[in-house]
Design a protein around this ligand. Structure first.
Ligand SMILES: Nc1ncnc2c1ncn2[C@@H]1O[C@H](COP(=O)(O)OP(=O)(O)OP(=O)(O)O)[C@@H](O)[C@H]1O
Ligand SMILES: [Mg+2]
Length: 208
């Protein structure tokens, strides 16, 4: 048996953090050993990198932006995710490499081959066992996110950018249908949670 690596992806305001919290509460209730982390962040280095990436006062070009995400990711995989999987725990991560492919690839137009090769180096090839993609119109997502308060640097990017990101996520899901669970993020929270829990349970059962 090895651990189980679960990631949450989707545009701004899709409900990733909301659903992640519900899943974690469920894992706790079921007594399933797990850790929770997020990108960028999750390590002391990652937290510093996160502050840089989300700072509305900074202009960051697409390539350095991607390299900063990759730096955070490499440290997170080595120090947090792999050790937890080695302990046979469930790892739940709020965003991971698919976000780089969608935002820096489809969104900002960086070359996919470059993104893929640097991501493979940063992660040592570690791919999630299950990726929940919460899909919705970015206009709706940005509206939801805006209700939380001050927009961060990424939320301020234009709507066309966010539409490309959404398409990028959907294309990734089409290419790896076995890994992705694509859900309509406009459904009610309970329905979404039930679908996620069913998919997680099926995978916990096959690794236990
Ligand atoms: N299924 C849903 N229906 C309606 N509103 C929702 C739903 N899920 C979450 N929300 C609300 O939408 C807002 C954004 O949710 P959340 O912070 O979980 O999104 P996120 O995907 O983590 O966003 P970000 O990309 O900014 O981290 C919150 O106010 C949350 O309560
Ligand atoms: Mg969130």
């Amino acid at each position: 048996m090895s651990g189980l690596f679960l990631t949450f992806e989707g545009p701004e305001g899709a409900g990733k953090s909301t659903q992640l919290a519900r899943l974690v509460a469920r894992l706790e209730a079921e007594g399933i050993a797990h850790i929770v982390t997020r990108e960028p962040g999750g390590t002391p280095l990652g937290t510093r990198v996160r502050d840089v990436l989300l700072d509305p006062a900074l202009t960051i070009d697409p390539l350095p932006e991607f390299l900063l995400y990759s730096a955070s990711r490499a440290q997170l995989v080595a120090n947090v995710i792999r050790p937890a999987l080695d302990r046979e725990e469930v790892v739940v991560c709020d965003r991971y490499a698919d976000s780089s492919l969608a935002y820096q690839g489809a969104g900002r137009g960086l070359d996919t081959a470059l993104l893929t090769s640097i991501t493979a180096a940063a992660t040592g090839g570690l791919t999630p066992d299950l990726t929940v993609l919460l899909d919705l119109d970015p206009l709706l997502g940005l509206e939801r996110a805006a209700r939380r308060g001050q927009p961060d640097r990424l939320e301020l990017a234009d709507l066309e950018f966010h539409r490309r990101v959404r398409q990028g996520f959907l294309e990734l899901a089409l290419r790896s249908p076995g890994r992705f669970l694509v859900l309509d993020a406009t459904l009610d929270q309970e329905t979404i949670h039930a679908a996620i829990w069913a998919a997680v349970q099926a995978r916990v059962a096959t690794t236990a």
